[in-house]
Design a protein around this ligand. Structure first.
Ligand SMILES: C[S@@+](CC[C@H](N)C(=O)[O-])C[C@H]1O[C@@H](n2cnc3c(N)ncnc32)[C@H](O)[C@@H]1O
Length: 220
């Protein structure tokens, strides 16, 4: 059984999820989304929301931020566009179909990049993290909120079993923190600022990664 994810599978999965996504994944992820939005608002300025989906978080960013959202799924983005119009979200600068592993932005374009429940859905998480580090300015932050898999015990066994079935749904169930730690160690231009459990029941993790290097002002 396949345990990895490719772009076609993800696009197919989210085309199916789009009409019911907010109903199924709205409130269950809400508290965790709020925590990551608050972290991004503390950085402020230009914010990239990666895998913005139906735009469920967009209204939460402060009115003094400027937000750009990207997603690989056109049906999910369509919902986000409707939301921006309907809720008159003037701080949303743009929404675009784009692959997280190949972002069409210049280096250091953003003060902060946020990925909520996305890093386990992309085919190559390390390439995506490389891209996030590239487009965030030195002194800026990458904010991730995600399910991080257990490394041992009953939950780890369940996640291993579920991983073999979950890719068709559009995400990978197994994603250990060690993978992010290894990427941080290898990259050289980032450092871990915070990792903490997030609700409900500490099921998710907030991970804040700082972009190191000279800290200038805001992203241009
Ligand atoms: C679980 S949903 C999360 C949506 C939203 N961030 C939220 O909090 O509900 C994952 C999103 O990531 C998007 N996605 C998956 N792979 C992607 C990629 N390679 N590039 C851009 N977006 C991607 C999916 O289309 C989907 O909208």
């Amino acid at each position: 059984m396949a345990t990895d994810i490719d772009r076609k599978t993800v696009e197919k999965a989210y085309a199916r999820w789009a009409p019911v996504y907010d109903l199924v994944f709205g409130s269950v992820f809400d508290q965790s989304r709020r925590i990551s939005i608050d972290a991004a608002n503390r950085v402020g300025g230009k914010i990239l929301e990666l895998g913005v989906g139906t735009g469920i978080s967009l209204a939460g960013y402060g009115s003094r931020t400027q937000v750009v959202g990207i997603d690989i799924s056109e049906p999910m983005l369509r919902k986000a566009r409707e939301r921006v119009v309907h809720e008159q979200l003037a701080h949303v600068l743009g929404l675009a179909v784009m692959d997280a592993g190949n972002l069409g932005f210049k280096d250091a374009s953003f003060d902060c990049a946020v990925a909520q429940f996305v890093i386990t859905t992309v085919p190559d998480p390390e390439a995506t993290l490389d891209e996030l580090a590239r487009v965030v300015r030195p002194g800026g932050e990458i904010v991730l909120i995600n399910h991080i898999s257990a490394e041992s015990g009953l939950r780890a066994s369940f996640e291993h079993w579920f991983a073999q079935r979950s890719t068709q749904l559009g995400w990978r169930a197994e994603f250990p923190f060690a993978r992010i730690e290894r990427w941080i160690g290898r990259h050289g231009g980032v450092r871990l600022l915070e990792r903490r459990n997030a609700p409900p029941f500490g099921m998710f993790s907030l991970i804040r990664i700082g972009r190191t290097g000279e800290t200038g002002g805001r992203a241009a």
